[in-house]
Design a protein around this ligand. Structure first.
Ligand SMILES: NC(=O)c1ccc[n+]([C@@H]2O[C@H](COP(=O)([O-])OP(=O)(O)OC[C@H]3O[C@@H](n4cnc5c(N)ncnc54)[C@H](OP(=O)(O)O)[C@@H]3O)[C@@H](O)[C@H]2O)c1
Length: 321
């Protein structure tokens, strides 16, 4: 049996649909019945026999912070897609991020080892990649520099990857994918994209890498079936500056294309105010200097390695947007 963690999330639910199309019905890890029921609605809207397809999935309740619940979920499992994680860029979530993403992944890989799982596909992120001060280029080999400023999310995903590499040393077959911002129906990124579509036009000068969810799922499923072992793959179809993304979306939605740069000091001002509020009122701060740096930094994230290993081409981002 295959286990999908994070089955009620954006990637996990797309993976369930992809597997169902291939008549594969995995064990799906979930936390709440409400979320589980929302996946039934997705199945019903996607497949004519959605309800019966959904019922073939074996739902097991489990939490990444609760080892015994994961141990039960692992009964009879031979392959694992680990998609569950907490996504947050807030400083206030630092403890939860480490607990769910890093420690949770250590539980998953330890269970993979003890249950002699044949292969693990771990969904990491471009946030877990290194970045050298002297170059904008980022690829799978770019070294992670510990003293460089990184968001708590980045540390938690990097820590999770370290656990996967450690389990690899102990005999677990695995591949890691590092997707950029994943686009598609149900994407968490749609919140900001929809705001821009409606006319929001204040941007920061940084950029990001983008990829369509169907490409991510296709690569994950091909990697699972391949002999490729012990490698990580960046999944980025194209790098877009925030400015070009805003202008493209505004143009497509027949809005005025004029966009306004937010000066960096605006965020530093908020950062200082949050520090004071934390000191005086113990109100947990959200913004980090690392996030501000990210929003103003230009990177060239290279997603080509995967094309040398699989018969695969990225969906153009203009088509997706
Ligand atoms: N979305 C992107 O653009 C993007 C880009 C790069 C990498 N990623 C990575 O892709 C993976 C999936 O992201 P997503 O977009 O699908 O996120 P998502 O929609 O927020 O889904 C996260 C999933 O993880 C589950 N989860 C969270 N905390 C958990 C816990 N303590 N125990 C068990 N399950 C827990 C959630 O369960 P509930 O439904 O119960 O909350 C949900 O099913 C993550 O590892 C993320 O880091 C995402």
């Amino acid at each position: 049996m295959i286990l999908v963690t994070g089955a009620t999330g954006f990637i996990g639910s797309n993976l369930l649909c992809h597997l169902a199309e291939k008549n594969i019905y995995p064990v799906a890890l979930y936390r709440s019945d409400t979320k589980k029921n929302s996946i039934q609605s997705i199945f019903e809207s996607k497949f004519s026999d959605g309800k019966s397809q959904f019922e073939k999935i074996v739902w097991r309740k489990g939490d990444l912070t609760d080892f015994p619940s994961l141990e039960e979920a692992f009964q009879g499992i031979i392959k694992v897609y680990h998609c569950a994680a907490l996504i947050s860029f807030s400083h206030s979530k630092i403890k939860k991020l480490i607990e769910i993403n890093e420690q949770g992944t250590s539980y998953i890989v330890n269970l993979c080892l003890s249950h002699k799982v044949k292969k693990l596909i771990y969904v990491s992120s471009i946030a877990a990649l290194g970045k050298e001060e002297t170059s904008a280029d980022v690829d799978e080999e770019t070294p992670w520099i510990n003293n460089a400023e990184k968001t708590p999310y980045a540390y938690s995903k990097y820590g999770a990857e370290t656990e996967v590499w450690r389990a690899g040393q102990e005999g677990l077959e695995f591949c890691i994918v590092n997707p950029g911002v994943i686009l598609g129906k149900g994407s968490p990124a749609n919140f900001i994209l929809n705001k821009i579509r409606k006319g929001f036009r204040f941007y920061t000068p940084g950029n990001s890498g983008y990829v369509h969810v169907s490409d991510v799922i296709s690569v994950m499923s091909q990697l699972m079936e391949s002999d490729i072992n012990g490698e990580r793959f960046i999944l980025v179809a194209e790098n877009w500056t925030n400015k070009s993304l805003y202008q493209f979306l505004l143009r497509k939605n027949k809005k005025n294309e004029t966009v306004y740069l937010i000066p960096k000091f605006t965020f530093y001002f908020i950062w200082i105010v949050e520090h004071f509020l934390e000191l005086i009122f113990f109100r947990k701060r959200k913004l980090t200097r690392a996030l501000i740096k990210d929003m103003y930094e230009q990177k060239n994230i290279k997603g080509d390695k995967i094309k040398t290993k699989l018969d695969f081409a990225y969906t153009p981002i203009e088509e997706v947007l």
